[in-house]
Design a protein around this ligand. Structure first.
Ligand SMILES: N[C@@H](CCC(=O)N[C@@H](CS)C(=O)NCC(=O)O)C(=O)O
Length: 220
């Protein structure tokens, strides 16, 4: 049977990027359906009626939503180049840190970008505290997954495109190389892997998109 794999996504989504990377790393052919989030397609609403968000992976007509759940689905469906470790404790740890990234790290970095003054300072303190956990996780490792890219690398991968965008917009360093040598090294290493590098959204286009967003929604 010829498999049908479709990805409903929008080019700037850090969550959608996870799925693009996972499919590329696994060598899976897919059709990309670009969504305009200001005018969502009936199909997106049909496939993700609960959250109405991208990414959605549709495999042989069946939708899967929520990026980390899609990653697990991809890993279980196409076994080559496994993303999650085999060891159950390491699998649990990878899922834990990915959830921590989504629950804590994204929001603190987003607040640095969108807040000002005292609120931005508080967000910076919070972000540093959160990033220190990731710095520790990377100790003695090339990738979060060890010698090769794994689930957590993909889940945290948004750092490599959104941190430089944030730094350019704000005009200061968010991830200090001296404070976070492991994390900075990982960002270089990860973004140098062909499947990652070749599928990063254009930096300048992202900067323009974020600037436009901040200009219209200053009070996040
Ligand atoms: N937890 C979701 C987050 C997905 C998400 O926030 N997607 C954004 C784009 S980056 C979206 O579709 N936003 C549309 C909306 O909120 O209406 C995931 O991991 O897939």
């Amino acid at each position: 049977m010829v498999e049908e794999v479709k990805l409903f996504n929008t080019w700037s989504s850090p969550f959608g990027l996870r799925i693009v990377w996972a499919l590329k790393l696994k060598g899976i052919q897919y059709e990309s359906v670009e969504e305009d989030l200001t005018n969502k397609s009936p199909l997106l609403l049909q496939y993700n009626p609960v959250y109405k968000k991208v990414p959605v992976l549709v495999h042989n007509g069946l939708p899967v939503v929520e990026s980390c759940i899609i990653l697990e689905y991809i890993d279980e469906t196409w076994k080559q180049n496994p993303l999650l470790p085999e060891d159950p404790h390491k699998r649990a740890a990878a899922r834990f840190w990915a959830k921590f990234g989504d629950d804590k790290v994204i929001s603190s970095l987003w607040a640095i970008l969108t807040k000002e003054g005292k609120e931005r300072e508080e967000a910076s303190v919070q972000a540093i505290e959160n990033l220190k956990f990731l710095e520790e996780e990377l100790k003695g490792k090339r990738f979060f997954g060890g010698e090769r890219i794994g689930f957590l690398d993909i889940a945290m991968g948004w750092l490599v495109n959104l941190v430089p965008v944030t730094e350019e917009i704000l005009g200061f360093e968010v991830i200090d190389k001296e404070v976070f040598p492991n994390l900075s090294g990982w960002m270089l290493e990860f973004s140098g892997v062909p499947a990652i590098k070749e599928n990063l959204p254009p930096h300048d286009k992202l900067v323009a998109e974020f600037r436009a967003y901040l200009a219209t929604a200053p009070d996040n």
